[in-house]
Design a protein around this ligand. Structure first.
Ligand SMILES: [Zn+2]
Ligand SMILES: [Zn+2]
Length: 565
């Protein structure tokens, strides 16, 4: 609950963000404009990543609207929070709310509508009871895994964060370490450096002569950042954005050794130290200023951080047979993109121009198919028209080829959402599931296998339908599906949308082992989203893929025959 009256202590960014988020939460139970609710949520997220104390910024009369996501209205709301400890509007909503709703508002990450639905279904009325029911698995049993995951995240103090959000946070912390803490060097390590799709702890290695001073500066990061524990060369903090910040210190002469240790993973280090012996005792043999100095000592080739998961990388490093991992620059085209014909924001011409500006040779336009009404799926008649339209466009465009395609729904019985005579006019298809996520593992698997039996099926879109931190994927027998794809000449994509990243690196590794090629697609719904492909590339690298394993690193004339079954 917020403190009312004059504030004699300053608020941390986390406390300010919580009030903005609580307001958004209570507004969502009213008939409020969804854009306004989103704006408060976005501002809360922004405040959580800032390294400056927002409280101090307000007291210094700085212009908050200079920060992205903070407009005039939100800026004055933040001023009110700093000056009074709360928001008049928030307190009014709280006083009008039912006791159930008011207590939910202490947990700003919970969606009150969903929680009230659970209360009703399970006949409970308090957050404590909600916690109990979650623990005993009742929520998952009666309302499904998606709901259980939402409640779990809403109730726990520390949170995981998607990689692309951690990217912003990494920049802010790095600037703070170099600019405000005066460290000589700061580099992100841990899960972040290995490009794990979800980050629970952001780790940095720093070089400084005065570690205690760095720790006390960090305690004032974003106004106040609680120190969880510290030792002479390591400290752990609880960041406002909900994840942990870990700082390790290393001198320049042993930087390489420490960087290997801080980057992990645990499984990788177990296999590595089987070759090198314990990293700690190695110190005596130093100096090891760079990672390659350590590797060189044992005849190991450099292992890219994305590979350090304890699969076969240490063995391959010794044998000199590590893959040359794909990079963003190897991409020659895009195979999954939407236009205004379905739910995209830009026209086919605009998408094509943006693809050409990125240096792509081709772009496949994969609008949604007829059954997907909520995404304005394209009717049979309109897709015929679009095919002829793209043919004419290709005649006059230079420097880019537009591929005729569709993201075709895989219907519940495994049939595809367009007739064969229409599908055969397309250059290739991306086939995806957008409905009936609740089917059992066997049925869902059969559904995809049947779809793959259609000879117009080329790529399986976002294979498991997962939404990271929101919804687990539907259950599939992925090995059977990979086997069937291999047999039928079908392919997979890694969907670069940062909350999908599906295939996962683990599944992509399995497909790769079966020698099934994979596309790295963005599923762009606007020209801006082409830039997201770096997240798909991260996962492709984690799966050990080289450019020759990735479909859209091929020129169209090589790709085209692969799509003819
Ligand atoms: Zn889709
Ligand atoms: Zn799509």
């Amino acid at each position: 609950m917020p403190e009312l009256g004059a504030m004699d202590r300053s608020l941390s960014n986390a406390e300010i963000a919580d009030r903005l988020a609580s307001l958004a939460q209570l507004l969502s139970t009213q008939k409020e404009n969804p854009y306004k609710i989103k704006a408060y949520q976005r501002a809360a997220a922004k405040v959580r990543t800032l390294s400056e104390s927002v409280d101090e910024l307000v007291r210094d009369e700085s212009d908050l609207t200079e920060y992205a996501g903070i407009g005039k209205a939100i800026s004055s709301a933040i001023q009110e929070i700093v000056q009074t400890g709360t928001l008049g509007k928030l307190e009014k909503l709280r006083s009008q709310a039912s006791p159930e709703l008011a207590s939910i508002s202490a947990y700003p990450r919970l969606d009150p509508k969903r929680v009230l639905r659970i209360y009703k279904k399970l006949d409970i009325s308090s957050v404590e009871a909600l916690r109990e029911q979650l623990k005993h698995g009742e929520i998952e049993r009666k309302l499904g895994p998606r709901m259980a995951q939402h409640i779990r995240q809403g109730l726990t103090e520390t949170h995981a964060m998607l990689l692309y959000k951690a990217d912003d946070l990494r920049v802010a912390v790095e600037d703070f370490l170099l600019g405000k803490c005066g460290v000589r060097r700061a580099e992100a390590a841990g899960d972040y450096r290995r490009r794990a799709e979800v980050i629970e702890e952001l780790g940095f290695l720093v070089d400084t002569d005065d570690f205690p001073a760095v720790v006390s500066k960090l305690e004032r990061y974003g106004g106040r950042t609680p120190l969880i524990r510290s030792s002479k060369d390591s400290a752990l903090f609880a960041l406002s954005s909900g994840i942990a910040l870990r700082i390790d210190v290393a001198p320049r002469k042993d930087w390489g050794l420490a960087f290997i240790a801080c980057t992990g993973s645990k499984a990788h280090l177990r296999k590595l130290t089987a070759v090198t012996g314990s990293l700690k005792s190695l110190k005596a043999n130093g100096p090891f200023p760079a990672e390659t100095d350590v590797y060189g000592e044992f005849g190991l080739a450099f292992m890219e951080p994305e590979l350090r998961e304890g699969h076969d990388e240490v063995q391959r490093s010794l044998a000199g047979s590590l893959p040359v991992l794909i990079t963003v620059n190897d991409i020659r085209g895009e195979l999954h993109a939407h236009s205004t014909s379905s739910d995209g924001s830009h026209s086919i011409e605009q998408m094509a121009a943006a693809a050409r500006d990125r240096g792509y040779e081709y772009i496949g336009i994969t609008d949604h198919s007829q059954s997907l009404k909520i995404a304005r799926g394209v009717s049979v008649e309109d897709l015929w028209k679009q095919i002829r339209f793209i043919d004419r466009l290709n005649e006059r465009l230079s420097g880019i080829r537009i591929l005729k395609s569709s993201e075709v729904d895989i219907l519940a019985d495994g049939s595809l959402d367009y007739p064969d005579d229409l599908l055969s006019e397309l250059d290739y298809t991306v086939c995806s599931i957008h409905s009936r996520f609740g089917l059992g593992k066997r049925e869902q698997t059969e559904r995809i296998l049947r779809a793959m039996d259609n000879r117009h099926f080329n790529l399986l879109g976002h294979a498991t339908g997962r939404l990271l931190l929101k919804r687990p994927g539907y259950e599939l027998d992925i090995e059977r599906i990979i086997g069937h794809a291999k047999q039928n000449g079908c392919f997979f994509e890694i969907n670069s949308s940062p909350d999908r990243l599906d295939l996962s690196a683990e599944h992509a590794r399995l497909a790769h082992a079966a020698r099934v090629k994979i596309a790295v697609s963005t599923d762009a719904h606007s020209t801006r989203e082409f830039g997201l492909n770096r997240y798909g590339i991260d996962q492709a690298r984690r799966a050990g893929l080289e450019k020759s394993d990735v479909l859209n690193c091929l020129p169209w004339k090589t790709l085209e025959p692969l799509f003819k079954r």
